[in-house]
Design a protein around this ligand. Structure first.
Ligand code: PLP
Length: 404
């Protein structure tokens, strides 16, 4: 009789957003007359920018002719895209990353879930708490996290780094030494960032203890303040200890188009073994590349017109973030985030727990957000709202919340 990977059975409950979806569907069925405003899931709502649509159309037309048709993409991705990423996302910021260190993919979710495969199952991971759930769950599936304690909602073999109001939602160096450190800045869900000096401390620490940092920069485009690093490779020594994940979902609205990339510097080695070579082997064996037309659309993100249009799109969402931040402050809430990230992190009022506040907000304001506890135990008593709605819906949601 065959056996399954029973690590999957250890995963508690269903994925956060399916639970939210079910609750909202049940509420809608009971109250069909009520108009619900969704500021929960971190999905974009603005259409693709004209420069991207134009590139997509052109690439589709190319596929219609034998002379310009494209089949399988090169393993690492097309050079035109890797060159554009290397130049605009790294070299222009003084980060020494070359095009052949960039692996084009269909998004940061897959890469953040898959990257753990090239490491031993004996490795110990450290994660910020709260954080994007994929880091922990993908390690659970791989059997790296020990046993789950439903009381504390923690795994026995995971090092949690609480990010709380007390430490400004910035993780502190762990007491126990990890092998793999997941960092995500600007952070989902707290919207917090750390300074370049703070990130440098992590890089120095990882190099000292022989750990790898898996740095998720999915929200980099939302950084508005000086002194906040846009890539970990702005830090000295990051080439020997860091892998960076990037996404086109939030800076360019590609959530439904699918494009991302992972950077593995050639200097990153475990003794003599190159992690670049391992990831190249994995990529070559298990992945057949993002579609040509999508990579052409990705190239347009870096064109002068694309850059100008996307700057406006990010500004549109950040104006929503400001509306939420100020609206909540006026209404007496304790809030953070929303300055370098499209997420606003609020303390639930009157000691409600995160899910109680979810129900309260849905019931009394018809507004959907995300319970902070879904991102880790330290998220309990917090709630996340996103700036990815339309401006009109954002204003309407805040009016409703003010009237509570
Ligand atoms: C921190 C973080 N990383 C990665 C992703 C996934 O990005 P992608 O759409 O590129 O798969 C998300 C999506 O919400 C995210 O919040």
């Amino acid at each position: 009789m065959y056996k399954i990977n029973d690590n999957y059975l250890k995963l508690p409950g269903s994925y956060l957003f399916s639970t939210i979806g079910k609750k909202v569907a049940a509420y809608s069925a009971e109250h069909p007359e009520k108009q619900i405003i969704r500021l929960g899931i971190g999905d974009v709502t603005q259409p693709l920018a004209p420069a991207i649509i134009e590139a997509l159309h052109k690439a589709v037309d190319e596929m219609a002719h034998a002379e310009t048709f494209h089949g399988y993409a090169p393993d690492l991705g097309y050079e035109f895209l890797r060159n554009a990423i290397a130049k605009h996302d790294f070299q222009s910021r003084g980060a020494d990353i070359s095009a052949d260190e960039i692996f084009v993919s269909d998004g940061a979710k897959c890469d953040s879930g898959n990257i753990q495969e090239i490491f031993s199952t004996d490795n110990k991971i450290a994660v910020c708490d709260p954080v994007y759930p994929v880091y922990v769950d993908s390690n659970v599936m791989a059997g790296r996290t020990g046993s789950y304690d439903p009381k504390t909602e923690t795994w026995s073999d995971v090092i949690y780094m609480p990010c709380t109001a007390e430490n400004g939602f910035a993780p502190e160096l762990p007491k126990e030494t990890p092998d793999l450190i997941y960092l995500c800045f600007p952070n989902n869900p707290t919207g917090s960032t750390i300074t370049k000096a703070q990130l440098q401390e992590w890089v120095d620490y990882a190099n000292k203890v022989g750990a790898v940092i898996i740095y998720d920069a999915a929200y980099e485009a939302y950084i508005s303040e000086e002194g906040v690093p846009h890539t970990i490779y702005e830090c000295e020594g990051a080439r020997t200890c860091a892998i960076e994940l990037r996404s086109f979902s939030k800076n360019a609205g590609f959530t439904g188009v699918r494009l991302g990339c992972t950077v593995v510097p050639r200097d990153l080695k475990c003794k003599e073994v190159s992690l670049h070579a391992l990831w190249a082997r994995r990529h070559g064996t298990k992945y057949n590349g993002a579609p040509y037309i999508v990579q052409k659309a990705g190239e347009a993100v870096y064109s002068p017109a694309g850059r100008a249009q996307l700057k406006e799109q990010v500004a549109y969402y950040m104006n929503n973030a400001k509306t939420i931040l100020n609206g909540l402050k006026d209404a007496g809430y304790t809030v953070s985030g929303g300055v370098n990230a499209p997420y606003i992190w609020l303390k639930t009022p009157e000691n409600m727990n995160s899910w109680e506040f979810f129900d309260y907000l849905l019931e009394h304001a018809g507004v959907v957000g995300t319970p902070g506890s879904g991102f880790g135990p330290s998220g309990e008593g917090y709630f996340r709202l996103t700036a990815f709605g339309s401006y009109e819906n954002t204003v309407a949601a805040l009016d409703r919340i003010r009237q509570l």
